[in-house]
Design a protein around this ligand. Structure first.
Ligand code: AMP
Length: 283
């Protein structure tokens, strides 16, 4: 396992791999890895490809300092998980934000066609500005041919696709399915902070999304939304938002016929832990 903590050591390693004819397949993460991340690394592992994983808790995408401080940092365990669960043998784990935001860094102020204004963008001001800038900078550092992102962060994936298009980057973006716990809860680094009871209760998020999906042909969108919200009434979970959006524009729809591609996205508080999930209703 090559763990590069500085940019020059990563450059040297990747230049050699390119000279040997390998493509660079890249999975950016913030660490505290779990099966969801490992599934991305597995999908990245393809013939003639070298898989690179970055582990970097990006301070600029946290709008809440306490959330940043509490974000788990588990590098040794992450490396063990990567080694045991995937073919990835190159990890970029910068030892300071200065290694990422070096003298080459130029802040992007891309227009994102409103994709960044809704849902997570509305509730976490500045979050996507941080995401776009760190991903763009990591792309400049790693220079990948293909990158892999989870559909768990549905809005993030749409924004990265748009960013790549707008900046004319010659990088393929692959979306990967959501990996779940046995009870349906989407795997997340934040799940580790849930009590056993809350972790069990949080299964309701996926259950309610699935119910919405199975009901959409029978009921109006408004009725489905009301039903979703009501399903949380007797639970300790608190829904921050449920948005049913066009999967391309991410703008809310108010009736099913307004789109051919509907996605339901939600953020729910389990105590102080904020969880997100989504499901495709139809496409
Ligand atoms: P994070 O470390 O949370 O920034 O996530 C790094 C990447 O892993 C992102 O592309 C996420 O969408 C993806 N990811 C996180 N959780 C899951 C999951 N449960 N299933 C699939 N991908 C995931």
């Amino acid at each position: 396992m090559y763990v590069c903590t500085s940019r020059p050591s990563l450059d040297k390693m990747l230049d050699e791999k390119r000279k040997q004819g390998h493509k660079i397949h890249f999975v950016p993460t913030m660490g505290a890895l779990h099966d969801g991340h490992i599934s991305l690394l597995k999908q990245a592992s393809q013939k003639n490809a070298v898989v690179v994983c970055s582990i970097f808790v990006n301070p600029t995408q946290f709008n809440d300092k306490a959330d940043l401080d509490k974000y788990p940092r588990t590098l040794e365990a992450d490396l063990a998980l990567i080694e045991a669960g995937s073919d990835c043998r190159i990890v970029f784990a910068p030892d300071s934000p200065n290694e990422v935001y070096d003298q080459t860094y130029q802040e992007q102020t891309l227009g994102l066609e409103g994709l960044d204004k809704v849902m997570e963008g509305a509730f976490r001001p500045g979050h996507f500005k941080g995401v776009v800038n760190v991903v763009n900078q990591l792309f400049a550092i790693v220079k990948p041919d293909v990158t892999f992102f989870g559909e768990k962060d549905f809005q993030q994936l749409a924004i990265i696709r748009l960013m790549t298009k707008k900046l004319n980057l010659d990088i393929d973006i692959v979306g990967c399915p959501i990996i779940r716990e046995p009870n349906g809860l989407a795997r997340s680094s934040r799940n580790e902070r849930l009590s056993v009871k809350m972790r069990a209760e949080a299964a309701l998020i996926h259950q309610s999304l699935q119910e919405l999906k199975s009901n959409y042909l029978k009921y109006s969108l408004e009725t489905c939304k009301t039903h979703f919200m009501r399903s949380f009434e007797n639970s300790p979970l608190e829904v921050e938002y449920l948005s049913i959006v066009d999967g391309h524009t991410l703008q809310e729809i108010s009736e099913w016929h307004e789109t051919a591609y509907a996605q339901a996205c939600t953020a729910v508080f389990a105590g102080e832990i904020r969880l997100i999930d989504n499901v495709q209703i139809f496409a």
